[in-house]
Design a protein around this ligand. Structure first.
Ligand SMILES: [Zn+2]
Length: 154
């Protein structure tokens, strides 16, 4: 069965070359929805009756994503301001679209999950009406070296 949890973070970005207002530096209150798939644990213990402890999911997302992205400037690296930002920033090396970022976040979460539970999807809401959704299968064709090259300056 599936469980999901929603998170929120504030960040700014800019899409160089976009033929619209996203070409300007601007911000979003992103919503991140993480859905996991697994069996309900029957064994006695702290997580008996659960697919995955929501507290563990919160800790994972906090450590891997929110700590780096919340109140950060998200950069591809080609923005005119890129070399000027000395505050908290995430330098992705790829275009900072909701699609690319959801895929990257799916990678981070999948990597940190314990055995016995799988990532169903990550939805990254850029606005109240727009999201990109990445599933584990979407990671199959990705060059993960690109993701491992991401740098955070917290
Ligand atoms: Zn935007």
């Amino acid at each position: 069965m599936k469980i999901s949890k929603r998170f929120s973070f504030d960040a700014s970005h800019q899409l160089v070359g976009h033929e619209g207002k996203c070409a300007n530096l601007h911000g979003h209150t992103y919503q991140l929805e993480v859905c996991l798939n697994g069996q309900i644990k029957q064994e006695q213990g702290s997580d008996q009756g659960m697919v995955y402890d929501f507290g563990h999911l919160k800790s994972l997302v906090q450590a891997e994503i929110l700590s780096h992205f919340d109140h950060a400037v998200i950069l591809q690296g080609n923005e005119p301001i890129a070399s000027l930002v000395e505050t908290k920033r995430a330098v992705l090396g790829f275009r900072t679209t909701a699609e690319n970022m959801s895929l990257y976040m799916a990678y981070l979460i999948q990597k940190g999950l314990a055995d016995g539970v799988e990532l169903e999807y990550v939805r990254l809401w850029e606005t109240g009406s727009s999201y990109a959704e990445a599933e584990s299968a979407d990671l199959l064709g990705v060059n993960l070296g690109t993701f491992d090259a991401v740098r955070f300056y917290d």
